[in-house]
Design a protein around this ligand. Structure first.
Ligand code: CP
Ligand code: NVA
Length: 307
């Protein structure tokens, strides 16, 4: 049966550990110049109807480096934009492609796509989740901290799609996760309750960022207004003002804390320039790791070959 990655709940701890180990291995192979091109003749489609720099380019480059062919498909230039049903598009594209990454607004639309596709479907971000981001972020945590178990990860800001995927990861991997979010901007209750219901992971929601970051090993933030929320930008800037990751907040965390941001960043909004460019920031390695994790994901879904 084909495997999709629509949320991190589609994966077991064993699946995620395998992806993390393989991404680290593939990164090492690339750095050593070991040739590995198992996917000649295979095509990865990318249907995006939201902007993207990192996710799009990392998946495209990953497929090229694996010897396959990436095919970027701007949703607005397809018949989807002229109301061809998703289920028809999914069945047709399955006849041309070997794997499909989708970035869109609605998780339901993504799920319908996956239901009617006979090829693996990857969630490249929806309003609700960003699973591939969190997989590569966990790779960065392992690189910088040696492990993810027992590491205190503190999310500061909006309870958004990236936060939701972190919550899922906490449940699957038994993570220690604290989310500091203003009232009214906490994560989705269903997602949170489902994670809490597993009894795995230590997940706390609190409102005070200074209290949250006490003893933090990882501080992670993201934009205050995600794609699709542009009209709320002004009000959100006011609501989130005291949630900026800056040198004052950094001082409350443990001395060897690392600072993460999935990017794109808005300097002097959710993160100060000083912290983003400072010695605790790992954002550029974090970005790079999207490439290596994209390769591990493609390989796991299309089928591993020896190499
Ligand atoms: N972090 C991330 O997903 O970036 P893009 O929106 O540039 O893909
Ligand atoms: N939460 C952000 C993530 C961007 C990678 C958004 O959805 O716009």
């Amino acid at each position: 049966m084909k495997k999709d990655i629509l949320t991190l709940l589609d994966l077991s701890k064993e699946d995620i550990d395998k992806l993390l180990n393989r991404a680290i291995e593939l990164k090492d192979m690339q750095k050593k110049g070991v040739p590995y091109k198992p996917f000649a003749g295979k095509t990865l489609g990318l249907i995006f109807d939201k902007a993207s720099t990192r996710t799009r380019v990392s998946f495209e480059s990953a497929m090229v480096q694996l010897g396959g062919h990436p095919l970027f498909i701007s949703a607005r230039d397809t018949q989807i934009a002229r109301d061809e049903p998703v289920r028809d598009t999914a069945r047709v594209l399955s006849r041309y492609l070997d794997c499909l990454a989708i970035r869109t607004y609605s998780q339901d639309l993504l799920e319908e796509f996956a239901e009617f596709s006979s090829i693996p479907v990857i969630n490249a971000l929806t309003d609700l989740y960003h699973p591939c981001q969190v997989l590569s972020d966990l790779m960065t945590v392992i690189e910088k901290k040696g492990k993810y178990s027992g590491i205190k990860i503190v999310w500061i800001g909006d309870g958004n799609n990236v936060a939701h995927s972190l919550i899922n990861a906490a449940a699957v991997l038994d993570l220690n996760l604290v989310l500091a979010c203003p009232e009214g901007y906490t994560p989705n209750d269903d997602i949170l309750n489902r994670a809490l219901g597993t009894g795995c992971g230590k997940i706390d929601i609190i409102s005070d960022p200074a209290e949250a970051v006490k003893d933090a090993d990882v501080m992670y933030t993201d934009v205050w207004a995600s794609m699709g929320q542009e009209s709320e930008h002004t009000i959100r800037k006011r609501v989130f003002e005291s949630y900026q990751v800056n040198s004052g907040l950094l001082k409350q965390a443990s001395g060897d804390v690392i600072v993460m941001h999935c990017l794109p960043a808005h300097r002097e909004e959710e993160i100060s320039e000083e912290v983003l460019e400072g010695s605790k920031s790992v954002v550029w390695d974090q970005s790079e790791n999207k490439l290596h994790m994209s390769k591990a994901i493609i390989e796991a879904l299309i089928g591993r070959k020896d190499g």
